[in-house]
Design a protein around this ligand. Structure first.
Ligand code: GDP
Ligand code: MG
Length: 267
């Protein structure tokens, strides 16, 4: 072998060695990245999050057949049955947890009228201790909108604390073509009466979750103000649960949040 060939050969060996070194380095880097990624995943799944759960009593009023039961059914079970067996013969409540932000959730105890809407004076006991009241009318039925005044009278004559109870106006059956109350009229009325307004459809599921989220946030604002000032509202609530929880597996967090008592009931 000539000395020139020898030199070439040793160059090749050096290049080959360098490329082997590089591959080894790359492998090491990959391994390191993988370990870092696992570490990040591990630590993020173990971050402690303080979740505060606020129990809320939410009641529904409004004329018969405006869709109160259908709205609740849509929110709780995501279902709409055109012929609900709900001339609602008994007092009825459902519970559902709703996350408002990563650190706050509400446990809503949602009360449906038991046909009391036919006898307005019976509604007062049912409203007692409400944190929030949805006043519902049917967008395709002007009469049900005109009746809102008398529902407000009932609320004002009940022992609901108007300073700490959130009222929200809801126009249901947005899906129907025959609309008798336009958005401006409903909004103006709501504004004059210090309420938020939203139109929804239980049938098509439009704005149903939104109305509960809006209600939840408004109620929480009031409860947090009360907490800050060290006062209690007439509902006597409070924040019942605040604890450090591992964010790992999400189901676990949910399970640990269940035992919330309000009015002696648990959902
Ligand atoms: P409630 O008496 O206020 O509880 O009213 P219901 O929930 O029993 O509903 C009365 C009627 O209105 C039923 O026939 C429902 O199917 C119908 N309904 C309820 N919500 C809607 C809706 O969003 N759109 C339409 N088109 N019909 C609805
Ligand atoms: Mg009903």
């Amino acid at each position: 072998m000539s000395s020139l060939e020898k030199e070439d050969n040793s160059k090749e060996i050096i290049i080959e060695k360098q490329s082997n070194d590089n591959t080894e380095k790359e492998d090491n880097n990959n391994q390191q990245n993988k370990e870092n990624e696992e570490d990040i995943n591990k630590s993020s799944s173990e971050i402690e999050v303080n979740i505060t759960t606020y129990p809320l009593k939410i009641t529904f009023v409004g004329d018969s057949s405006v869709g109160k039961t259908s709205i609740i059914e849509r929110f709780i079970n995501d279902k709409f049955e055109s012929e609900l067996i709900t001339a609602t013969v008994m007092s009825n409540y459902n519970c559902k947890n709703l996350k408002i932000d990563p650190f706050t959730e509400v446990n809503m105890q949602i009360w449906d009228t038991a046909g009391q809407e036919r006898f307005k004076s019976m509604i007062r006991g049912y409203l007692r201790d409400s944190n929030g009241i949805f006043i519902v009318f049917d967008l395709s039925n002007k009469r049900s909108f005109e009746d809102i005044d008398s529902w407000l009278d009932e609320i004002n004559n009940s022992d609901v604390d108007s300073n700490t109870c959130v009222k929200m106006l809801i126009g249901n059956k947005l899906d129907t073509e025959k609309r008798e109350i336009d958005n401006d009229t409903a909004n103006k009325f709501a504004e004059e009466n210090n309420m938020k307004y939203l139109d929804v459809s239980a049938k098509d599921g439009i704005n149903i979750v939104t109305m509960f989220e809006m209600m939840g946030s408004e109620c929480i604002k009031i409860l947090q103000d009360l907490e800050k000032s060290g006062r209690k509202n007439s509902q006597g609530n409070l924040k019942l649960e605040q604890s450090g929880k591992k964010e790992e597996p999400k189901e676990k967090v949910k399970k640990t949040k269940k035992n919330i008592k309000k009015n002696g009931k648990c959902c």
